[in-house]
Design a protein around this ligand. Structure first.
Ligand code: HEM
Ligand code: SF4
Ligand code: SF4
Length: 410
C-alpha cells in the first residue's frame, strides 16, 4: 500500500516536472535544482546577515534602536527617515527577511521532491536524516533571528518558549534559564540570541557537509536562469516591501498608505519589547512562527506531541518500507583488470579499488559496497571488460535484447 503510494507520488512529480519543462525548458527547470536552491538562498542570508551584523548592538536598550537605525520607515522627505543611518538599509533587511522565507520554501520543496520521488530510502538515509537536522536548524536560525529585533513579538516568543520548556519534566527549568542565560532577561540574553543565530548558521554549514558525504557530485549551483529567477524574486520583494520597524504611533500616522499597511501586516517589526508587558497575540509568519500558533491554539502538551512526533516520523521515514534490493552490482573477479573506470563513474561512491594479492596478474580489483549501491547500472556501461554485472540486468541479456531489437528494426 505504502509502496503504491510512493509509486504514485513519483509518477505525479515526474509528470508535473515534465509539464514545467514546456515553460522553462529542461535545462532551466527550477525543480531540477531542488537541492541547489536552499544552498543558493543560504548565501543571500549569509551576505545580508553580515551587513546587518555590522550595525547590530545586542543589548536590551539598544537592540531595537540599532535595528531601527538600519531600517527606519522609508518615507521620502519625511523627517522620520533621518533615523535611518544606512542607505537602502531597509532593503538589505528586507532581503534578509524575504530570503529567510524563501529558504524555508525551497528547503520544503527539496524535501518533498526527494520524498515524493522515493529518493530518501536505503543508502540515502544519511542525506535524509541530516536533512531533517537541516530543517530543524533552518527553523531554529529563523526564529532566533526574530528575537534579535527585540520587539514586542520577540518578547512574546521568549516567554512562550520558556512556557514550553517549563512543561519538560526534570530539566525544564534548566532549559528555560539556558534560553535566557540566567534567571531573568538581561543584556546577556541578547548576546546569547546573537550566538544562537550566528552559531546556528555555522551549524547549517557543518550539517550540509554531512549531507553531502554520500553524494559524489551533488548539484550545488542552479542554472543561470533559475539563479536570476530567485534573485529577482528576493530583490523585487525586498524592494517593494522592505523590512521596517513600526510602532502603533507610526502605524496611525502612515497606515493609510497601502505599502506601509502591507509591510505592517507581514514584514514589519513591532514596537520595542517591554519586559513584563506581554502582547496578547502575535502576527504569525507561516514559515517560522507555526510553533507559537500551536502553543496558542492547542496548548504546550499538544505542541510537544505534534512537533516531536512529526520530527520522529521524518527521521524514521527512510527505513520503511524495508529495502528489497536484489540488483546490487557484482564484480566478476576473473575479468576485472583493475582499470578503475567503474569506480570513477559510480555516482554514489559505491565502488572502491582494493589491492590484489602479490603476484596476481592485475594489481587491483573493484569492490562494491552493497549499502551504497543504488542499482543504477552506470558501472556496467563504464566497464570495458564486462567485469561488472547487475544480476537482474546482466550484460549478456542486455546484449541479446539489443541484438533482437536491431534485428527487428532491420
Ligand atoms: C539547508 C537545507 C538543505 C540543503 C542546502 C540541501 C542541499 C542538497 C543538495 C545540493 C543535494 C544534492 C542534489 C542533487 O545532486 O541533485 C541534496 C540531496 C538530498 N537531500 Fe538535501 N538539502 C537541504 C535540506 C534537506 C532536507 C530538509 C531533506 C529531507 C528531510 C533533504 C534530503 C536530501 C536527500 C535524501 C538527498 C539525496 C537525494 C538524491 O540522491 O537524489 N535535504 N541536498
Ligand atoms: S550500479 Fe554500479 S554505478 Fe550504480 S551505484 Fe551500484 S555500483 Fe555504483
Ligand atoms: S571497470 Fe571493470 S575492469 Fe575496470 S575496475 Fe571496474 S569492474 Fe574492473
Amino acid at each position: 500500500m505504502y509502496r503504491k503510494f510512493l509509486r504514485l507520488t513519483k509518477s505525479l512529480t515526474v509528470s508535473f516536472e515534465k509539464l514545467v519543462n514546456f515553460v522553462t525548458t529542461q535545462e532551466h527547470n527550477p525543480l531540477y535544482f531542488h537541492g541547489a536552491l536552499p544552498l543558493y538562498t543560504f548565501w543571500f542570508l549569509i551576505f545580508s546577515g553580515i551587513l546587518l551584523w555590522m550595525y547590530y548592538i545586542p543589548t536590551l536598550d539598544r537592540a531595537w534602536s540599532s535595528v531601527n537605525y538600519i531600517s527606519a520607515l522609508p518615507t521620502p522627505g519625511d523627517p522620520i527617515n533621518l533615523a535611518a543611518g544606512i542607505p537602502y538599509g531597509a532593503v538589505v533587511r528586507g532581503i534578509h527577511r524575504w530570503g529567510a522565507a524563501a529558504m524555508m520554501i525551497v528547503t520544503l520543496l527539496h524535501m518533498f521532491r526527494v520524498y515524493f520521488t522515493d529518493r530518501h530510502r536505503a543508502w540515502r538515509w544519511l542525506p535524509w536524516v541530516t536533512g531533517v537536522g537541516l530543517l530543524v536548524f533552518v527553523l531554529f536560525v529563523g526564529l532566533s533571528g526574530y528575537l534579535l529585533v527585540w520587539d514586542a513579538r520577540a518578547y512574546y516568543i521568549v516567554v512562550a518558549t520558556q512556557h514550553l520548556f517549563d512543561g519538560v519534566p526534570v530539566i525544564g527549568a534548566a532549559l528555560s534559564s539556558f534560553l535566557v542565560g540566567g534567571e531573568g532577561i538581561t543584556d546577556y540574553t541578547l548576546t546569547r540570541f546573537l550566538f544562537f543565530h550566528v552559531g546556528g548558521a555555522v551549524a547549517i554549514f557543518f550539517l550540509v557537509w554531512m549531507h553531502f558525504i554520500r553524494l559524489k557530485e551533488p548539484v550545488v549551483t542552479p542554472s543561470r536562469a533559475t539563479n536570476f529567477l530567485l534573485l529577482g524574486f528576493i530583490l523585487l520583494a525586498a524592494g517593494t516591501l522592505p523590512a521596517i520597524n513600526i510602532t502603533h504611533e507610526l502605524l496611525a500616522k502612515y497606515g493609510h498608505d497601502p505599502r506601509i499597511a502591507a509591510q505592517a501586516a507581514y514584514i514589519a517589526s513591532d514596537a520595542p519589547a517591554q519586559i513584563g508587558t506581554l502582547v496578547e497575540t502575535i502576527r504569525y509568519d507561516a514559515w517560522y512562527m507555526f510553533p507559537y500558533w500551536l502553543i496558542q491554539n492547542v496548548g504546550t502538551t499538544w505542541t510537544w506531541l505534534i512537533l516531536g512526533g512529526s520530527t520522529l516520523l521524518l527521521c524514521v521515514a527512510p527505513f520503511y518500507p524495508k529495502d528489497r534490493r536484489a540488483n546490487i552490482a557484482e564484480v566478476v573477479e576473473a575479468k576485472c583488470t583493475g582499470c578503475t573506470f567503474c569506480s570513477l563513474d559510480c555516482p554514489f561512491e559505491a565502488i572502491t579499488m582494493v589491492d590484489r594479492a602479490p603476484g596476481s596478474k592485475f594489481k587491483q580489483i573493484a569492490v562494491v559496497q552493497a549499502a551504497r549501491c543504488s542499482e543504477c547500472g552506470i558501472c556496467v556501461g563504464a566497464c570495458p571488460f564486462q567485469a561488472i554485472e547487475l544480476p537482474e540486468l546482466h550484460s549478456k541479456t542486455l546484449e541479446a535484447d539489443l541484438l533482437a531489437l536491431v534485428k527487428k528494426g532491420a
